[in-house]
Design a protein around this ligand. Structure first.
Ligand code: NAP
Length: 293
């Protein structure tokens, strides 16, 4: 069985990298990556840059994306523009895209990776908490895609990859907010609608759903107890967590000309976890009793 590529746990660049794809795969392309200052988004930026791409990394915290950009430039020698934006605010997105176009003259790829999540039973979830996750994950993805379409993709073509999740596929407990928000984008609807409507403008739109990925905020916040995660992952087909580089390699494939005939697709990159991961009812009971619900 193939060994996973090496990775590091923190938001740092890889100390060594061996190319599996051609190093020129994204030469002189420009990618706009929301959530590119941390976790999976940071590694996507790094792997893209190691394949000749320039990047714009954007999230709410300017210090976070600025620090990340310095690391990415130092490790890859490519250009990286850090920008502060909230994907819920279309005027801020328009200003950021204008700034990126001024800097690079083009944007070829959009990666919608920004998201917010936490564990909470539906019965205790406030109306506002549900709405916030929908606003960031679902509306944020639409806002970004719509602005990129209008400002560049409509006339020049482009590629969109939406980072989603399989939470809604089996009704993962404590995740009604994120499962609903991601299903609207990746597993059920928005990706396909946009792929169909924008295909004639040479815009490909696909989704990628990671499984449990080591060294991420997502796993730290949502993974539950270490013992139950370990047990469940060991019972899954590839019997291990994934890493950020593995996700970035699959996003690289979808964003590159290797996937030139792929649109409207969902690529699940999870070692088969979604086929076997149990819905642990005890977790819900424990959560409810510790929160006295
Ligand atoms: P992460 O490091 O917390 O990344 C989320 C990013 O989104 C952060 O950089 C955050 O930066 C940004 N963000 C949040 N709200 C935003 C907003 N309103 N506007 C702009 N940016 C915003 O998490 P991750 O675990 O690497 O997850 C990355 C993606 O993979 C997410 O879409 C997640 O749902 C998906 N995923 C992850 C896993 C996993 O195991 N980790 C599994 C399945 C799916 P700021 O705080 O600076 O805004």
């Amino acid at each position: 069985m193939a060994q996973p590529p090496p990775d590091v746990g923190e938001d740092d660049c890889l100390p060594e990298y061996r190319h599996l794809f051609c190093p020129d795969l994204l030469r002189d392309k420009v990618a706009f990556i929301t959530g590119g200052g941390s976790g999976i988004g940071f590694r996507i930026a790094e792997i893209f840059m190691r394949h000749g791409c320039h990047t714009v990394i954007a999230s709410r915290s300017l210090p976070r994306v600025s620090t990340a950009a310095r690391k990415l430039v130092a490790a890859t020698g490519q250009r990286c523009l850090p920008l502060s934006l909230d994907v819920r605010a279309p005027p801020a997105i328009m200003a950021a895209v204008d700034q990126a176009l001024k800097e690079f003259g083009k944007i070829n790829i959009l990666i919608n990776c920004a998201a917010g999540n936490f564990l909470c039973p539906a019965s205790a979830l406030s109306f506002n908490a549900f709405k916030t996750v929908m606003d960031i994950d679902t509306l944020g993805t639409f806002n970004m895609s719509r602005v990129l379409y209008e400002k560049f993709f409509r006339d020049h073509g482009g590629v969109i990859v939406n980072i989603t999740a399989t939470l809604g596929a089996r009704g993962q407990m404590l995740q009604v907010h994120a499962g609903s928000a991601k299903a609207a984008v990746g597993t059920d609807a928005m990706t396909r609608h946009l792929a169909v409507e924008w295909g004639p403008q040479n815009i490909r739109v696909n989704s990628l759903a990671p499984g449990p990925i080591s060294g991420t905020e997502g796993l730290r916040r949502l993974g539950g107890s270490r013992a139950s995660m370990r047990e469940n992952v060991l019972a899954s087909p590839l019997q291990r967590l994934g890493n950020k580089t593995e996700i970035a390699h699959s996003v690289l494939y979808l964003a590159s000309p290797l996937a030139s005939y792929v649109t409207g697709a969902l690529l699940v990159v999870d070692g088969g976890v979604w086929l076997t991961f149990p819905n642990d009812v005890k977790l819900l009971a424990d959560f409810a009793s510790s929160a006295k619900l």
